[in-house]
Design a protein around this ligand. Structure first.
Ligand code: PLP
Length: 415
């Protein structure tokens, strides 16, 4: 047996375990203080009962009633011989793909049904799509980034170049024609930075991809958070993208499906390279290695796109938007530079006083009892940045920002 030695190239994924470790250590120390050992640091929030987690990328709002009702009905269907469903179509039931097609049409994107593939979420498809591409493709990935793009390519031994996302370009890097790429990852609105490309910027990427004969793997998992109507929700709103892009979507954050699992991927039929058609290849790949998403989940997903489901999911997104506004207001008041929060549930801020992200993590935890995510975990360009998310409860978000204000407010000058 010869294992895939590319796995040796993977960096230890220690970000969330290290966060958990530091939080556990701090909680234990605090408990000791409460039990009468040691003294809380002056001005610290050690006496507060609750650590507030603003680092999680998971949602907190439950599935909306329209989805729950549809899934209950689907369970009933499965319990009766006349309405029972066995293996479904690998690319998804028509009832769901028709709804997705109509959803795209609202943005003037006209897809064929067989360009839409229902999946158990964007993460699987982002990894699985690499089955279609040879190992010698040159991969371009922004830094900082959702780590899945990097790790899935390292597993296959592909060469990765990073496109610098930084404060100067608003964490929205644009193409550099000096750099040749075959596969390009873009995520907009972005995790972790919350930054979102406008049409002109995306057009530059489409033009570049076409010039390089590259394919853009466009992650639109957060499209539902776009509030500014001038921003594109889909790369297929950009002319020419149908000949150079694949788009990954997810109901995880749109409709609270993180635990229910459903997404969809659009592979245009006009995507071709070396005489091979990527849509046909993806269909072949899926029918070979995937047996589809459960009827129950697809029924729930269908309900997301009904008028009632749209209204109810919009309410939940509105809830997170309100949280994001609480965070950005606090940062504005404190004069802290950030991206995101307007069209995204993520807020990416520069650590105060030039601190590195782990130092700020420790300070925020031990002096304010608030947990965020150090930017260093998303790439080298994140070392002085920090991610907060709007997925907490409103009450916790307000309280966390109260504590942040106290921690970061300019201290009165004493002579
Ligand atoms: N893409 C990005 C940018 C994400 O942040 C996430 C989840 O956090 C995913 C994809 C995964 O989505 P899913 O839950 O549909 O697998």
């Amino acid at each position: 047996m010869k294992p895939n030695t590319n796995y040796n190239q993977l960096k230890e994924s220690y970000l969330f375990s290290e966060i958990a470790h530091r939080v556990a250590e701090y909680s234990a120390a605090r408990q000791k203080m409460r039990d009468g050992f040691g003294q809380p640091k002056e001005g610290s929030e050690a006496a507060l009962p609750e650590i507030i987690r603003m680092g999680i990328g998971d949602v907190t709002r439950p599935l909306c009633p329209a989805v729950v009702a549809a899934m209950k009905q689907a369970a009933e269907d499965m319990g009766r011989a006349e309405t029972f469903h066995g293996y479904g179509p690998e690319q998804g039931y028509d009832f769901l793909r028709e709804k997705i097609k109509a959803y795209y049409e609202e943005q003037q994107v006209f897809l064929d049904m067989d360009e839409i593939f229902v999946s158990d979420g964007a993460k699987s498809d982002l990894g699985n799509i690499l089955d279609l591409f040879g190992q010698d493709n040159r991969v371009l990935i922004p830094d900082p980034v959702y780590p899945v793009y990097v790790d899935t390519n390292r597993m296959d031994g592909r060469n990765i170049r990073f496109a610098d996302a930084n404060e100067e370009n608003g964490f929205l890097p644009l193409p550099d024609y000096e750099v040749q790429a075959d596969l390009i990852y873009l995520c907009s609105p972005n995790n972790p930075t919350g930054a979102a490309y406008n049409r002109e910027q995306l057009k530059q990427w489409v033009d570049y991809a076409r010039a390089c004969q590259a394919v853009i793997l466009f992650d639109a998992a957060y499209e539902a958070f776009i509030a500014d109507d001038t921003l594109p929700r889909s790369i297929f709103e950009i002319e020419g993208a149908e000949s150079c892009a694949i788009e990954f979507c997810s109901l995880s954050k749109t409709a609270g499906f993180t635990g229910t699992r459903c997404g969809y991927t659009v592979v245009p039929k006009s995507l071709e390279a070396a005489g091979m058609n990527l849509n046909k290849m993806w269909l072949r790949r899926q029918t070979t290695k995937f047996n589809g998403v459960s009827y129950l989940v697809q029924k729930g997903a269908e309900a997301v796109f009904t008028p009632e489901g749209r209204r109810q999911t919009a309410e939940n997104i509105g809830y997170y938007r309100k949280n994001a506004a609480v965070i950005t207001q606090a940062l504005d008041e404190l004069g802290i530079w950030y991206t995101g929060g307007k069209n995204s549930p993520y807020i990416w801020l520069r650590c105060p006083d030039g601190m590195d992200s782990w130092t700020f993590f420790d300070q925020l935890l031990t002096e304010a009892g608030v947990v965020g995510t150090p930017g260093a975990g998303f790439g080298e360009n994140g070392v002085n940045f920090f991610r907060l998310t709007a997925f907490s409860t409103y009450e916790n978000t307000v309280e966390a920002m109260r504590r942040l204000r106290r921690l970061c407010a300019p201290k009165p000058h004493t002579v």
